[in-house]
Structure formats: C-alpha cells, structure tokens
Design a protein around this ligand. Structure first.
Ligand code: PEP
Ligand code: MG
Length: 763
C-alpha cells in the first residue's frame, strides 16, 4: 500500500482520507472536488504528525505521561497538559516533514502567501465536529518560520487540558487520536457573509444571502446587521433586497489578528452585492445543495472578481439527543451530542426551530425582525403579533404557559420557550440558536430536529377516526388560526378569545367609542368571529367577551386612558369591566347579535372572570335590553375564580347553559401564584388538591343539573389532567390546536377504561 505523504493538496483528497486529513480537511477537499472555489490549501497529514512523534523520539515519553494521569485531578491535568505540550514544542520538526511543508507553501504563491493554519483533529470513529474549538487556529501567518511554528503549535494543542479531559471521558485512547493541519490561503475579503441555499424555515427554493464589508466574522458574530438578498432559484432573479445600515467592518490587523474599523458614510448604506454577485453565489450554493442533498449554510467571501466558498454545512447540522449543558464540561460522545444548552425555560409551544436571534426591547425594534429569525424579548405584547407571525421561534425572559407569548405562539404553530429569566441578557443579536418549544430548551447553533417517525406502518393500517363521548374541542385566539384549528377535526371551539383580535386593532374599544367609530369596531369583531364560525359549520363555538387586563391595552391608541393598576390580574378586567363600560359591552353584543341574525346559531357567549351569579344575571339583562332573545341563545360562564366554583349551584339556578373551567386563572387565584411570574412557575400546580376539589365539586353540580361542563384552560391540553377530568365526569374539553390529537386519544383511552371497568364489575 502506498504510504500517505506528509502533505496533501485539497485536489488530491478523497472521502476516504478523513483519517489522514481530519474532518475539516476532508470537507474542504470534498468542496473542491465538486468545483466550488475554495481558497487554495494543503493539509499536513495525520501521518506527518505520527512521523514527527516517532522520529523525534518523544512518542513513548508523551503517552506514558498521559497514561498515568488522573484527569479528575485538575492540578495534575493542567501540569501534564503543559508538560506534554512543551515536549511537542521542544523538538525540531524532522527535515523531511519540514521540507514537504515549506515546499508546498512555496508552491502556493511566489513571495510568500499569508495563510490561516487550522487544526483538523482525527479519530477513527469520531467526527471532527466533536473536537470543534479544542485545537488551535492561527490566522495571518506569513513565511516558513512562522508557518512551521504554527503547525507545531497546532500539534501541541492536541494535548490541551480540555482536549485530554474530553478524550479520557469518552474512553478514547490518546494513541489513536491524531491531528492534521490545514494550511489555507487567507482571503482578505472585501465583502463576505453567509447564505442559506434554500429558505431556512419553509425550504422553498429561495437562496438567502447576507453580506457585509470586510471579513465574514462581522456577519457570523452578529456584530453588524448585514444586507439581505433573496434569490429565487426558479426565476433565477433577485426578488428581494434589504440594504442595511452597516456601521463597522472587521479587517486583518498587521501580521496577526483582526481589528474593527468604522465604515465611511457612503459604505454604510451602499449595497454590498450586485445582482450578478448574488446570482453567482446562489448558483454555487445550488451546486453544494445538490451535492450534499440537503440545504446548506455557507460562508462566502469576495475579493475583486473572485468569489470564494469558505465553508458549507447542512442548515440543520447536528443531532439532538443528549445535548450537554453549557459549562458542564466537555461535550458528549458523537452520535449524541453536539449542541450546548444555553438556556432553559418553559416549553410553551411545541416544535424545534433554528435561526438568528433578534432581541426586541421595544415594539420599534420589530422592524428588524426578518422571516425565520428568532424573536427574543422580555415579554411579547399585542403590538408584536405581526412580527411574531414572521419568526421561526419565540423566546421570552418572563411568563408562564398561559402568558401572551405562549398563547399566541401556540396559535401560530411557532415553537416558543417562555420564562427563561435572562434570554435578552444572555443571547446576542445575530447569534444562531435552536429553540425546542417542547422541552423548553435553547441550544447554541443549528441543531437538527429528530427525524419524524417512519410513516410506512401508519399508511398500511390507518386508524379509524377516534370517536369520543366527551366532546374534544379546540381553543382559538387568532381568526387566522381557525382553519388549522378546524383541521384537527375538533368538535367545536371551547374558547374563542376575542381580546387578541381586539388588541390587534391597535386602538382600544374606548377609543372607538370616544371617536364615534363604534361601527368600525363592531365590523372588525363581526368579521373576525365569522371567520372562526365559518371554519366550524354546525359545531358549537363559544365566544368569550373581552378579557384583557388594562396593562395590555396601554400601548394601543387610547391606551393612555387606561388606569394604572397595581395588579392588573386582579383589576379591571373580564365581565366586571364590561358591566361598568356598557358602551364597550354593547359593541360586542351588537356583533354577536348580527351573527345570530345571519344564521350562526352555533355561536355561544361565555362571560369571563365572573365571581358572583349577579354578574351573569346583570350581563344577561343588559343583553336583553339591547334586543337579544336571551332565552334562545347559549350563554355560559368561565369558572376561573374559586368563588364561581363554590357558588356553581347558584349560577346554575341563574340560568347558565354551560360552565368552562379557566384553570389558568383558577389555579392562580386558588393558590395565590401569579401565572405569569417565572419566579414562582414551579409552584403553579394544576393538580393541587384544592384546585381539583373545586373542579370536582363544580363538575358534580353541573352533571346533576344537566349543564354542560368543560375546560378551556391550559390544563385541558394535558393528557393526564384530561383523563382525570373524564374520570370525574366532565362533558367536554377544549385544548390547544397542537394538543387536540393527544387529548382525543387520552379521552378515548379513559372512556374505554371506564366502560371496561363497568363491564367487569357487572360480569
Ligand atoms: C383561563 O383562565 O384558564 C383561560 C382560559 O383564560 P385566559 O387564559 O385567557 O385568562
Ligand atoms: Mg382566564
């Protein structure tokens, strides 16, 4: 067999050479082989490193020191690491290796070429990514002496304390781990950036190119807002262009390192790329995507007329299981772990998405939010909803499972993590992260979602639709979510929160009244509710009257009139506000009246936050006064204050047709735990015995009197809680859109169990 040379050019590298050239070298070689313009480079092979160890006679001494080391002894680890590295640096590189390296370097270009020297570690069964960042890189290297020194330093870095610890923990024998070194022409990019070869969220054939002046570091690190170009691969045209105000660029500094330079006023606002350049980049991206068969995240650079591709990796690069925590020591073994957990909060809306962070401190900042970004904010509010529609995920500092961000994200089907306490402090604009909205975890970088389960078996034996005796309904807050909600096959809408619709109008109900624009408000409400009714023909849709705390109105036009309340959750909201603001109440009732008149008899009305039957009686009387045939429409109440559960018999006597548990509030008011306060989120206990006892009591009373009894709080999306509720006789449940299938299954299972138990008892 032919001996592996000390040096291999990228053009000579084949896939099988990964053991000799490491992951980085192999990937550059592959990119070169498919014709991508990769900057000139050669690799000092792993065999060169082995020869170095053997020929200099340091091999045995080196490995003996490592073998005796207890890596858990920090002091010993540090000192052995230093000793071994000194050993590697203390000997001369053998002549042949020295010659091969300097010859290759001379062939790179006359008069010396400035190069980057990067470690590319190898191990037979270890992909290079797991070693990322553990070995050295030297930029801006010029001349033989510095080059050889940098190569030797890369070799020594294989024995950094972190790298030794990592290998020991993973059970790798140091003798089997090698290191190759990539020596690559340093591109002094005039412009550079990244591109996604397909739309990172929708997968459409749209290449997204981001670019700025100088070295790519500025874009990758997020220290500059880059221009953004969208190239449609179908029409082969630039279809969108956003020229950003770029304040700085990063350029090489002297012989080593880089520096930040302020841009001139012309450069700040000048477009970085011409259409022709965007098109060239997109075509190169297409080659990479076709070759690798998955969309790529590519780093590029341009100098004069030359375009270079510096790196290409799948947009979703990394597998998810067993991802290690930040600061908890070295990464896990490959096949498991490749991301680092940056933050944790509550998984508020399921799904996994990666993207660039945009920190929104004020609604004004939302203009910077682009499609596919990740919105990071203290807490969302209604003004942010348009931006929330564009993003691929949402992360908040504050809030719990029932906060604004959680409710709206679930409706939009956007992954969200809430209550992280410090996302806006810890994350940086432009940083790429992955949000797991199920687990409540935020990872560094783009992390691959687990592959969906194979559909084959399902197709072979598609199950019959699940029919349940207990109705399984769905919650809706945004009319635009109605179709998705209906597609679940839900038995109706157990809660339509109209405040999201109203808060989206940007003006308070009071503003419409004050400006004589009541008709406009009624019209908006009418059409928003109609959209939902149309999606559920013939199925019950319970529309809840307005329930927004005063602080949520504050940013809207007219919001300045809102009282400043010490505790808006306990303040002027729900039915108590409508009863004292008859004009606001009347506009809502007028919209309902018109819908009933238009034939939507399936519309039921639900009053929020009632705490005494008199409130129901008064609300109904006002409706009657405004011409509603109250005996022939469906009116009910939310049970979300303990008093309403305790007084349920009196509500039934007062004539409610249904009661629905608003557990989000019922829990907070029973336990005195603020539902939106992340500091006490772990004490917010849906299955607290006091909560369950109130619910049980109210269900029994409803059943006795034949009144429909339901749940529309978040607990209705929890299969265990729902099984308990079915066991205790609830007549319907209403879940979030994403939860409907699993809730239906939980209901069906529980019902069958009840039937089976009964059959066995009677047998
Ligand atoms: C509840 O309190 O459970 C509920 C559904 O209402 P909201 O979350 O809108 O307060
Ligand atoms: Mg409520």
């Amino acid at each position: 067999m032919k001996e592996m040379p000390n040096v291999l050019w990228l053009e000579e590298i084949k896939k099988e050479d990964i053991i000799s050239v490491g992951g980085k070298g192999a990937s550059l070689g592959e990119m070169t082989s498919i014709g991508l313009p990769v900057p000139k480079a050669f690799v000092v092979t792993a065999q060169a490193f082995r020869r170095f160890l053997v020929e200099t006679g340091i091999e045995d001494a080196l490995f003996r020191r490592l073998e005796r080391l207890d890596v858990e002894d920090n002091g010993a680890l540090e000192s052995v690491s230093r000793e071994v590295q000194d050993l590697v640096l203390s000997v001369d590189i053998p002549d042949q290796i020295r010659e091969d390296v300097t010859d290759a370097y001379a062939r790179m270009g006359a008069n010396g070429t400035v190069v980057a020297v990067r470690s590319s570690a190898t191990a037979e069964d270890l992909p290079e990514a797991s070693f990322a960042g553990q070995q050295e890189t030297f930029l801006n290297i010029l001349g033989d002496v510095d080059l050889l020194d940098a190569v030797q330093r890369c070799w020594a870095s294989l024995y950094g304390a972190r790298a030794i610890y990592y290998r020991a923990k993973q059970g790798f024998d140091d003798r089997s781990v090698n290191i190759a070194v990539v020596v690559q022409e340093l591109i002094r990019s005039e412009k550079s950036g990244v591109m996604f070869t397909s739309h990172p969220v929708t997968g459409e054939p749209l290449t997204i190119v981001e670019g700025s002046w100088g070295l790519g570091e500025a874009v990758v690190s997020g220290s500059v807002s880059p221009d953004n170009y969208v190239f449609d691969l179908r029409s082969e045209r630039v279809v969108d262009r956003m020229v950003a105000e770029k304040e700085i660029m990063i350029v090489p500094e002297g012989e080593h390192g880089t520096k930040v330079v302020e841009l001139s006023s012309e450069q700040r606002t000048a477009p970085v790329l011409s259409d022709a350049e965007v098109s060239r980049l997109a075509m190169l991206g297409k080659i990479a995507e076709e070759h690798y068969d998955v969309p790529q995240d590519i780093e590029w650079a341009i100098v004069g007329d030359d375009v270079f591709i510096l790196q290409s990796r799948p947009i979703t690069t990394i597998r998810r299981p067993e991802i290690p925590r930040a600061g908890s020591g070295p990464a896990q073994r490959p096949g498991g772990a490749l991301g680092v957990v940056l933050l944790e909060g509550q998984g508020a809306s399921p799904g996994v998405a990666s993207g660039r962070v945009v920190i929104v401190r004020d609604v004004k900042d939302t203009s910077a939010v682009k499609d596919g970004d990740i919105l990071v904010t203290k807490m969302t509010n209604p003004d942010m909803v348009p931006a929330m529609r564009r993003v691929s995920a949402i992360v908040t500092d504050e809030g719990g499972m029932t906060c604004h961000a959680a409710i709206v994200s679930r409706e939009l089907g956007t992954p969200a993590v809430v209550g992280t306490k410090k996302a806006t402090k810890l994350l940086r604009d432009g940083q790429v992260i992955t949000v797991d909205g199920e687990k409540g975890t935020i990872y560094e970088g783009a992390v691959e979602a687990p592959a969906p389960a194979a559909p084959a078996a399902v197709a072979a034996a598609a199950p019959a639709p699940v029919i349940t005796g207990t109705l399984v309904k769905v919650n809706v807050s945004l009319p635009e979510a109605a179709k998705r909600a209906a597609a679940t096959g839900a038995d109706g809408v157990g809660l339509l929160r109209i405040e999201h619709l109203i808060l989206g109008l940007a003006r308070t109900p009071g503003w419409y009244v004050e400006h004589g624009e009541e008709e406009k408000f009624i019209g908006e409400l009418y059409s928003g509710i109609k959209t939902v009714l149309d999606a559920f023909p013939g199925k019950p849709v319970w529309v809840r009257t307005l329930d927004a705390p005063t602080d949520e109105f504050r940013n809207m036009q007219g919001g300045e009139e809102e009282p400043i309340e010490h505790n808006p959750m306990l303040g002027w909201r729900g039915i108590r506000r409508d009863l004292r603001s008859p004009e606001q109440f009347r506009m809502q009732i007028e919209a309902f009246k018109r819908l009933w008149a238009a034939g939507y008899s399936n519309l039921g009305v639900m009053f929020p936050l009632v705490n005494h039957p008199n409130e129901f009686i008064q609300a109904r009387a006002m409706m009657r006064g405004w011409g509603v045939d109250v005996e022939n429409v469906t009116l009910g109440v939310m049970v979300e204050v303990p008093s309403s559960a305790i007084l349920i018999e009196d509500f039934i006597k007062a004539g409610i047709r249904f009661a629905s548990f608003g557990t989000n509030d019922l829990i907070q008011y029973t336990l005195a735990i603020d539902r939106n306060n992340e500091h006490v989120a772990d004490m917010y206990e849906p299955e607290h015995p006091a909560v369950l006892r109130l619910i049980d009591y109210a269900i029994k009373a409803c059943r006795e009197h034949g009144v429909e009894c339901s749940i529309c709080g978040q607990a209705g999306s929890d299969p265990d809680m729902v099984a308990w509720l079915v066991g205790h006789g609830i007549t319907s449940v209403s879940a979030n859109i994403d939860a409907v299938p699993r809730i239906r299954e939980a209901v069906a299972r529980k019902e069958r169990q009840i039937l089976l138990d009964a059959a066995r008892r009677n047998a």
